[in-house]
Design a protein around this ligand. Structure first.
Ligand code: DMJ
Length: 468
């Protein structure tokens, strides 16, 4: 049947209205996300992310200057190791500022770091956290600016962290005193033991002192030697002196997560074949024993490391990094499917919860800590596939972040993604990671050459500037 001009015009108008609506309405449970993000919108989004980063930094600058972090609701500072200060927010944020071209903010951060930061402190610090945030941040700042004082600070920190590895197994204690080298926290976990090699390895390459790489690598090898002989899985707790597992719970969430990430990245950055072999074996083990392919999608749950028996169907914000590992492993189909689940989790309550039961599609732990992993996975997948749906996902995540976490003095954590009740903390990784990955997702590829860098787990890119 031939359609008259009026009917065609009406139909076209209806299609336009529907398209406009699909772009304008927020994605929520079960609704398909519009994949349309125009070039002009991308440019505008990159500028908006930059503006929101500046809003968060301005809050820190005004109310927490000279401290580690900002509590934006109470407008008070937060220090990790009071009365000492390690300038967590400036060190973690500087490379994001440099990428965004924020020269005034970068000059401010640079001044406080170079004039005030010292590691000669009466403080027992968490080896994992200061490695990924401070050592990683300083190494990247050195690579981006060529300012030798960043490398000197990094080396001083690395040297002070080394006593942590003095255990019977070579696996590090969780805490070490920066001035005395006294260590404590002998019960550790795979993430804290296995997420040091990129920073320690880069420090070795840049200073030409092999001790840092060798020490961190020995820890990884000792840990991987203790994977279950039956399943290949790791547990959640291990005693670094006895080498015995203290908790057999296996999963890919907090306490284990970045162990898998660093093995493949260690191979990528250093060409280390052992890391690659251990990493691929680990990925096979989690696929075999933790993967659930159910009606709601592809997910990764919990199991006993020795039997492989499923013990829980919990996934969460920290787990959302896993598609990046599949991208690094060349498994795009799996990465894409898991990112679909990530996005379902994100939109379920309007912003993602800390923990989510995928068997019941129910929020289990309702907080949101401004975490970056879901946006990070969207960024990796966009770079790997060029598929615009990841831009649309990132746009939704950014809109939700602004809608629910923005406050007058910056951005804050949520007590509940269901009620959207706020708490009072602006973690440094909001500036180091969450805004960086969103910015890089929307910015032109030239903002940072994805193929030339390896991101540490705090989103500090490291360039392979050495030859051996
Ligand atoms: C960051 O410090 C790092 O991404 C780490 O690997 C996990 N926790 C936070 C972000 O969620």
């Amino acid at each position: 049947m031939a359609l008259g001009f009026r009917s065609i015009a009406l139909a076209a108008a209806a299609v336009c209205v529907l398209l406009a609506l699909s772009i304008a309405v927020p994605a929520s449970k079960g609704r398909q996300l519009s994949a349309t993000v125009t070039d002009a919108e991308r440019t505008a989004l990159a500028a908006e992310v930059k503006k929101e980063f500046q809003h968060a930094w301005a809050g820190y600058r005004k109310l927490a200057w000279g401290h580690d972090e900002l509590k934006p609701v109470s407008a008070t500072p937060h220090d990790w190791y009071p009365p000492s200060v390690v300038y967590m927010t400036p060190v973690d944020s500087l490379d994001t500022m440099l990428m965004m071209g924020l020269t005034a903010e970068a000059a401010d951060a640079q001044a406080v770091i170079l004039e005030r930061l010292t590691f000669d402190l009466d403080a027992s610090v968490q080896v994992f956290e200061v490695t990924i945030r401070l050592l990683g941040g300083l190494i990247t700042s050195y690579q981006m600016t060529k300012e030798p004082r960043y490398l000197a600070l990094a080396e001083d920190l690395g040297r002070r962290l080394l006593p942590a590895f003095q255990s019977a197994t070579g696996m590090p204690y969780r805490f070490v005193h920066l001035r005395t080298g006294v260590k404590n926290g002998r019960v550790s976990n795979p993430a804290e033991i296995g997420t040091l090699i990129l920073e320690f390895g880069a420090l070795s390459k840049l200073t030409k002192k092999p001790i840092y790489f060798d020490t961190a690598k020995r820890a990884i090898v000792e840990l991987s030697n203790r994977a279950s002989k039956t399943t290949g899985l790791l547990g959640e707790g291990i005693d670094v002196e006895s080498g015995q597992w203290t908790n057999p719970k296996s999963h890919i969430g907090g306490g284990i997560d970045s162990y898998y990430e660093y093995l493949l990245k260690c191979e990528r950055l250093f060409g280390d074949a052992d890391c690659g072999r251990i990493g691929r074996a680990g990925v096979e083990a989690i696929k075999k024993h933790l993967e659930d392919d159910v009606a709601s999608g592809l997910w990764y749950g919990e199991a006993d490391m020795n039997s492989g028996k499923r013990t829980a169907t919990i996934y969460g914000s920290l787990h959302a990094f896993l598609p990046t590992v599949f991208v690094l492993n060349g498994d795009l189909p799996r990465a894409k499917r898991l990112q679909e689940s990530n996005f379902k989790m994100w939109t379920h309550a309007g912003i993602e919860p800390e923990e989510f039961d995928y068997a019941q599609m129910r929020v289990v732990s309702a907080s949101y800590a401004l975490r970056p992993e879901n946006a990070e996975s969207a960024y990796y997948l966009y770079r790997a596939t060029g598929d615009a749906q990841y831009l649309a996902q990132g746009r939704q995540m950014f809109r939700d972040l602004v809608a629910h976490c923005r406050v007058a003095n910056g951005y804050t954590t949520l007590r509940s993604v269901v009620t959207k009740e706020k708490t009072d903390r602006m973690h440094s990784f909001l500036l180091a990671e969450t805004f960086k990955y969103l910015y890089l997702l929307f910015a032109p590829a030239s903002a940072l050459d994805y193929n030339a860098v390896t991101f540490n787990t705090e989103a500090h890119p490291i360039w392979r500037t050495w030859t051996n």
